[in-house]
Design a protein around this ligand. Structure first.
Ligand code: UFG
Length: 331
């Protein structure tokens, strides 16, 4: 039997594929390569190029392959872009989920692990954020993912398709051997942007706002290493295979770092000066986002290996410094 990884050519999906292959699993990847990279997919995985919204294509994959469970990463995830193009997000993210669940239902596949997000909470009512806290998104990205969670709830009720929704906080880092990593075009995320400045690919970092209600005035985020995240998905697959009920889990480190602290940590790791300036706030940024992640630790037995942002940045730096042009350097 095989695990289907939808979005397995993307940043997080490709690390998941690598982890599954390390575990000796048979892996089928579906990806339309709209943001992912073919070279990011482990060569031992079987790759089908296509779109999760394409019912006929997906039906063909499920007919050809013995799929026992699905891990779903195939979604757009850039908050500011979602504010400008909400329909793009509802179409690909929410629409893609409907097609995927239809095909799972038709082929009697009953388990799915899904990439949800801290963005489903909107402005937190308390820090750290618990899974039971209100989910009131403040951007279409978060709304599209919340709808996906709700759709999965109802397909569980109707068809018994069990799900685990993993609500990611800020994912960073790369496979420690430096073979795969983060490569978005254009890049919008803090850690890779800081490292591009360290590489000399950008002149300086713009810190978006220093007048937030946080200790140093810059936003506070909770950083989790991409391989720890992959491990949580493996545990979630095992949790569902044991016949457990559908659940949502936060995935974070339970520790917040401000944008200025991340910059300082990157300066220490890289030994580069990394020039920075304060720029206006970016729309849609909550002051702080920090996870309560004891539920994932207690219920799934999740034990993140990377608990220091320096170590997270170190692995990202290995990828960036050996692949200054991202996957173009692997061709
Ligand atoms: N930031 C800067 N300068 C930059 C880029 C980012 O100051 O050039 C700041 C942002 O304003 C924010 C912080 O760095 O304060 C982190 O921003 P990212 O874009 O790296 O990440 P986000 O927190 O916006 O979003 C990420 C994921 C979302 C997810 C969210 C949940 O991209 O999908 O974490 O915490 F929903």
């Amino acid at each position: 039997m095989s695990i289907l990884v939808a979005g397995g050519a993307g940043y997080i999906g490709s690390h998941m594929v690598a982890r599954l292959i390390e575990q000796g699993q048979s892996v089928v990847v579906v990806d339309n390569l709209s943001t992912g990279h073919k070279d990011a997919i482990d060569s031992k995985a079987k790759f089908y190029e296509g779109d999760v919204r394409d019912h006929k294509f997906l039906d063909g994959v499920f007919t050809a392959e013995p799929i026992e469970a699905v891990v779903h990463f195939a979604a757009f995830s850039v908050v500011p872009e979602s504010m400008e193009k909400p329909l793009k997000y509802f179409d690909n993210n929410t629409g893609g989920m409907i097609t995927l669940l239809e095909v799972m239902r038709d082929h009697n596949v009953k388990r799915i692990v899904f990439s949800s997000t801290a963005a489903t909470y909107g402005i937190p009512t308390s820090i750290p954020i618990k899974e039971t806290d209100p989910q009131i998104p403040i951007n279409p990205y978060g709304e599209s993912k919340l709808l996906m969670e709700k759709i999965m709830h109802w397909t569980d009720v109707a068809y018994g398709i069990k799900f685990v929704a993993l609500r990611y906080f800020n994912v960073a880092g790369a496979k420690p051997d430096g073979s795969i990593g983060e490569d978005h075009g254009p890049e919008t995320h803090l850690v890779p942007i800081i490292l591009q400045v360290a590489q000399g690919k950008r002149d300086e970092l713009s810190i978006f706002g220093d007048d937030y209600d946080t200790p140093d005035g810059t936003n506070v985020r909770d950083y989790v290493h991409v391989m720890d995240l992959a491990d949580a998905h493996i545990l979630a697959l095992e949790y569902l295979a044991k016949g457990n009920d559908s659940q949502a889990f936060n995935l974070g480190s339970s520790t917040g770092f401000s944008n200025k602290q991340m910059l300082e940590a990157a300066r220490e790791v890289t030994g580069k000066p990394i020039p920075a300036k304060v720029a206006p706030r970016r729309p849609g940024d909550p002051d702080s986002l920090v996870a309560a992640s004891d539920k994932a630790r207690d219920v799934l037995g999740w034990k993140p290996q990377f608990d220091d942002v320096h170590d997270i940045i170190k692995t990202a730096w290995k990828w960036h410094s050996t692949h200054p042009n991202g996957y173009n350097d692997r061709k």
